[in-house]
Design a binder for this molecule. Sequence first.
Ligand SMILES: [Zn+2]
Ligand SMILES: [Zn+2]
Length: 218
Amino acid sequence: MQINADLHVHSSYSTDSLITPKELVFYAKKRGLTAVAVTDHNQIEGSCKIANETDFLVIPGMEVSSADGHIVALNIQDLIPKGFSARETVDRIHKAGGIAIAVHPYAWFKGSLNTHVADAKFDAVETLNASAFPFNHCKKKAGEIAQKLNLPCVGGTDAHYGPTIGCGYTVIESEPNIDSIVKAIVNGKCQPFGKQVPLNLSLERQYRLIKRRIIGAQ
Ligand SMILES: [Zn+2]
Ligand SMILES: [Zn+2]
């Protein structure tokens, strides 16, 4: 069957995200998604907790700050430590039973891998990241490196604000379970779709983050 999955969503367990577990499921369903990967920065507990506590199909994962740039690990239960090289990080993800995605490899201001994508045995490249800047440049460059390395392409939002969930997503030809989904990605039975996060939603998120910092309100 066809799975529509946003493979890059930060929950409120990431300090820079406003998305509570409840909101995450609400917006994922509202956007017609079948699955969501929760990929908080350098931590795994929140992701596993949400995956266990909701009836929605949540793929546990995390976004690792490697020494060479950001890497998303999907289908893992254990913390992958930050600060190692891309090659070492990807090896650790594989040993933990997960798959490694080179996310937003050419985005500015995001801790991107750039040419380090070629250093390690990635399973896929995130060629569409709805929050990447400059959007079209990032999409084009990421598409080129994926093609050069002959790697599957995926899409995600890099969502930090509920209403943006589903701006970027991946259509996957698989059964609705985690093992089948990651296997299908590795085998290239996937395609990225979506568009850039609309400006008004980016601004709304900034406004709410500032408000929370000043008065502690959501
Ligand atoms: Zn990132
Ligand atoms: Zn991210």
